[in-house]
Design a binder for this molecule. Structure first.
Ligand SMILES: Cc1cc2nc3c(=O)[nH]c(=O)nc-3n(C[C@H](O)[C@H](O)[C@H](O)COP(=O)(O)O)c2cc1C
Length: 58
């Protein structure tokens, strides 16, 4: 279920970015250890995907 949830969340970010004129990509390759530390995640929390948001290339 967590994988499906992550997919729905990523899709919603894509929809918002399209509406707001922003670009986004999902990333499966992410430094999970560093990101988890920066986000202050606990030992039972897992990073499924990361998503970069920014201004689209012209
Ligand atoms: C589940 C999933 C994981 C992905 N992980 C990465 C990633 O770690 N690094 C990356 O460069 N692209 C990754 N991609 C591809 C990007 O999300 C994106 O589709 C790709 O960079 C092409 O973007 P563009 O069509 O805007 O150029 C992943 C795509 C999916 C569906």
């Amino acid at each position: 279920m967590a994988g499906a949830d992550a997919g729905f969340i990523a899709q919603n970010v894509y929809l918002y970015c399209a509406a707001a004129g922003l670009g986004t990509v999902v990333r499966g390759l992410v430094d999970r250890r560093t990101l988890a530390a920066r986000l202050g995640l606990g030992p039972t929390q897992r990073i499924t995907l990361a998503q970069t948001v920014g201004l689209p290339a012209r």
